[in-house]
Design a protein around this ligand. Sequence first.
Ligand code: SF4
Length: 300
Amino acid sequence: MENTLEEIRTLAQKKRAVILAHNYQVREVQEIADFVGDSLELSRKAKSTDAEIIVFAGVRFMAETAKILNPEKKVLLPRSEAGCQMAEMVNAEAVRRLRKEYPDAAFVAYVNTDAEVKAEVDVCCTSSNAVRVVAAQPNKRIVFLPDRNLASWVARQLPEKEIIPYDGYCYVHNRFNVEEVRLARERHPEAEILVHPEVPAPVSLLADKVLSTSGMLEYARTSPKSRFIIGTEEGILVRLLKENPKKAFFLLGSVKVCANMKRTSLKDILISLKEERHAVELPEELRKRASLALEKMISL
Ligand code: SF4
């Protein structure tokens, strides 16, 4: 493994490449990455980097987002088949249909969508900024897609808006249930329960805090509390434990794993860098249209 690490570092330096990894990636990928974060942080990083190549250890919509924001750079997705099941639940045709049904609504898409969906909506959001993005829309009515759970969380924060949710969900977060919360409270009554807004509404209603992954990391770092129960994909534990060695973290219920987030290995990163394979390509007209919704989000 040491050899692979060394080879990746040397190649990345030689090719002026930056490695970005999502908080849900496997430990060794998080450790080799130049930057680890959530979707919003990674979008910002992708936009500000002066590297010539971006290696995106994540899933397809994330690498696509990096490409949309950096058309002049080469963006590599080490495992081309790493998709996101939630992103696949909606397409451009569905958005166009809803546009006809709700002509007075603003259309807000979670970044967990394909470029063709981003190209059809008014603005994108991530779990960190969804409430702020929806609040900033002048329209009372908002069609929010594709995650019905995030939509429900946003609707609870903004009762003045009429949120129309699309019926998508994340198969990983949707598995959390209220029984897991009840058991966790019983076992660790002193711990705070932090959950991701992609969990079902009955679970987020029982949690102490509803936070994006970057929100959880920030909260755990700054909170005077020392024990936390974490309701999101298990990969987040790598950073939580590393950044808070004196605090204790327990997973909420059974271990929840996103199979696509776990596909990328160090070897995939090395091959991807060596052969510059699986470069993300998008038709320029589509990229331009999709960039409008993303740039709008970043400006907010
Ligand atoms: S955790 Fe859920 S939303 Fe994130 S990539 Fe996996 S399936 Fe998609």
